[in-house]
Ligand binder design. Structure first.
Ligand SMILES: NC(=O)c1ccc[n+]([C@@H]2O[C@H](COP(=O)([O-])OP(=O)(O)OC[C@H]3O[C@@H](n4cnc5c(N)ncnc54)[C@H](OP(=O)(O)O)[C@@H]3O)[C@@H](O)[C@H]2O)c1
Length: 285
């Protein structure tokens, strides 16, 4: 029986990355739909849960993607609410690589430095990766702040995290690199989660900040998110601080994403979201 992955994307076009990793993770075929909302999901889920018998359902799985974390969370709720009895299949949420990237990064950071009671600042934390990373740092016991160029967006992001995880980071407005430089003063951990190709900090903003133990950046496309560290850094020392760059994080992220897809096909009752994916990341880090 073929392993079928139903990819539901909240964006107008389904993610090529998620389709390719679906195959590399073990799916025999990936069926993708875009523009998915809770309002148009029912027939798609029916197609996934009514086509195979109870013992065969583990060969069907659902992956939820798209660039909007809140939309992804709503889709996950809609999918799981549609299940009943044995009429269910395993499902994974990973809007824009949010869970797999944040889990791979925070698991590697947590293995490198203790996080309990540390001050962690997530720069540009309003995107999917930053939202999940902020939540995972908080779950590790860190005191987390999250920046945005806009105060209201920072506050909305923190409310989203609180609604999902019961943990509220501190929202900070930081409109430019200098403001983000001010936001990291006194921090132990700096995590840059800005959009691709956007520099959030220059080296002079962090190199003399003696409290900073570790600095990580998710953006792989030049200019990198943090000046003075390399994309390939994986616990390298830069200016007496430990550094992780996007490729240093990305190796585990990709392995983790593939492993999650493989795990989906092991049974029909799994929901892989932040906690489950982070647990797996910790075993792989
Ligand atoms: N290393 C890996 O394996 C891996 C995997 C997946 C993703 N990524 C990378 O992880 C990063 C975060 O991904 P994401 O999807 O969460 O990002 P995103 O949603 O595209 O962007 C995150 C935030 O960046 C801020 N931003 C956008 N343009 C900006 C600008 N010109 N100046 C300053 N801030 C700006 C925005 O925050 P405000 O508007 O609120 O300020 C936005 O919410 C990206 O760089 C992505 O490429 C890496």
């Amino acid at each position: 029986m073929k392993k079928l992955l139903l990819l539901l994307d909240s964006d107008p076009v389904p993610s090529v990355y998620d389709i390719f990793v679906g195959y590399d993770g073990g799916a025999d075929h990936v069926v993708s739909y875009a523009g998915i909302t809770p309002g148009n999901i029912a027939a798609l889920i029916d197609g996934a849960i009514f086509t195979r018998g109870p013992s065969e359902k583990k060969h069907t799985a659902i992956f939820i993607g798209g660039a909007n974390m809140a939309a992804g969370e709503e889709l996950l709720t809609a999918v799981t609410k549609h299940f009943f009895g044995n009429f269910r299949v395993s499902v994974m949420l990973d809007s824009n690589g949010s869970n797999t990237t944040a889990a791979a990064a925070v698991a590697q950071i947590a293995k490198t430095v203790p996080l309990a009671s540390k001050k962690a600042v997530v720069l540009a934390g309003t995107g999917p990766v930053g939202l999940r990373a902020a939540a995972l740092f908080a779950k590790e016991g860190a005191q987390v702040s999250l920046t945005s160029r806009d105060k209201k967006r920072a506050a909305a992001a923190c409310r989203l995290i609180e609604a999902r995880f019961g943990i509220s980071p501190i929202p900070l407005e930081a409109i430019d690199n200098d403001a983000r430089g001010a936001a990291i003063r006194g921090a132990d951990i700096v995590f840059a989660a800005g959009a691709i190709g956007v520099e959030l900090l220059e080296e002079h903003h962090w190199r003399d900040e003696w409290t900073i133990e570790l600095i990580a950046d998710c953006n792989a496309q030049p200019p990198l998110g943090v000046g003075g560290i390399e994309a390939t850094d994986k616990g390298n020392t830069r200016q007496q601080k430990l550094a992780f760059g996007a490729l240093g994080i990305g190796g585990l992220k990709l392995k983790l994403h593939r492993a999650c897809i493989g795990q989906l096909f092991q049974s029909s009752d799994q929901v892989l979201d932040a906690e489950e994916i982070y647990s797996l990341a910790k075993t792989m880090a």
